[in-house]
Design a protein around this ligand. Structure first.
Ligand code: TXA
Ligand code: MG
Length: 318
């Protein structure tokens, strides 16, 4: 165990250099972002990207998000448009991913984008990863650092728990500030939200000054049973419950719930941001305590609550 702990590295100058060396050598490393931790490799290298799919056991038809340092860099790979410029200037760097058209001359690995003509682009807002991106000569392909269909990691220790010593280097950026994956907005046509996140549809509508669609599921990509269940803690999850059954834990939200070994409150104050930040952490804890299933009380479907309910629905296979 001690040897494995050595894979987690404080983000000092020396370790940033080591992280760069690993990436230059086509190795895969764990990186912090403000949303969740990513499993990162050189997005221009087929060899690196293949390693990511293999480590994550990710179906090859499911493309990866590509992380850039700034606007100048992403202009080499994707075609930007007015909607993008508006959102970028207000929200970036930040917890939002844009689907844009891929340029013909783009060097992004076709494997990373699963052969699609579009790219998911993100400019993350975490100091450590921004420092890292600033010294690299390529963008980073980085899906969430979990085995496909499982919970995303929100700390360096979670990444270690997912992959053990299968990855040799994890940059420790502390606990993720948001704790849920970025909002994904498709800007290739009429804007639509593919995945809700902490940046809400209302916020995007306000910036773009138009209504946007919220897609219920990723139709084109979600064509396999393998993607039906996602964000899973590895035990059944049941939503909108009031009571707790045998060998079950109850995830609560707000005041008035019992206190005890079976009860896990996401936010006693009833704060949705706090609840989002505690969601994956809490589900991991419950799994480790050997409960056989998780019941969750009703969570308000407003603001980031929409993202919480989206993840819970997928975790409960709805
Ligand atoms: O917060 C986040 O977005 C984190 C951190 C690490 O940046 N990343 C993340 O990546 O959540 P991942 O791979 O776990 O989820 C990316 C989602 C997948 O559901 C994938 O299908 C979708 O983005 N995606 C990627 N490229 C796409 C494309 N060209 N069109 C539509 N969806 C795409
Ligand atoms: Mg993921």
């Amino acid at each position: 165990m001690k040897k494995i702990q050595l894979n987690i590295h404080k983000p000092n100058l020396n370790n940033l250099k080591k992280a760069k060396k690993n990436l230059d050598d086509n190795n895969i490393i764990g990186i912090p972002t403000e949303t969740v931790y990513g499993l990162a490799g050189n997005a221009y290298s087929d060899q690196s990207v293949k390693k990511i799919f293999k480590l994550k056991k990710r179906p090859i038809f499911n493309p990866l998000i590509i992380h850039f340092q700034n606007l100048k860099d992403l202009k080499n790979d994707v075609i930007i448009n007015t909607n993008f410029n508006k959102l970028y200037s207000i929200l970036c760097p930040g917890p939002i991913t844009f689907i844009l058209k891929k340029m013909k001359k783009s060097r992004i690995s076709k494997i990373a984008t699963a052969g699609k003509k579009t790219v998911a682009v993100r400019i993350p807002n975490h100091k450590v990863t921004r420092n890292l991106l600033s010294v690299l000569k390529f963008p980073l392909a980085a899906p969430s650092a979990n085995i496909s269909s499982k919970l995303s990691p929100t700390s360096a220790e979670d990444v270690l728990e997912e992959f053990g010593d299968k990855i040799k280097f994890i940059l420790d950026g502390g606990q993720c500030k948001i704790g849920l994956e970025s909002t994904i907005v498709d800007l290739t046509g009429k804007p639509s939200i593919l995945r809700p996140g902490s940046i809400t549809a209302q916020k995007i509508e306000k910036i773009l000054k138009k209504k946007i669609k919220i897609k219920k599921n990723f139709k084109k990509i979600k064509d396999s049973a393998q993607l039906k269940i996602h964000y899973s803690p590895g035990i059944p999850v049941k939503m909108n419950k009031k009571n707790v059954e045998k060998n079950q834990a109850l995830i609560c939200f707000g005041k008035g719930f019992k206190v005890g070994k079976k009860y896990f409150n996401l936010s006693k104050k009833g704060n949705l941001k706090e609840a989002a930040n505690n969601l994956y952490k809490t589900m991991r804890k419950i799994k480790k305590r050997n409960f056989k299933s998780i019941a969750v009380v009703k969570i308000p479907n407003t603001e980031i609550g929409c993202a919480i309910n989206d993840r819970l629905k997928k975790a409960s296979n709805k």
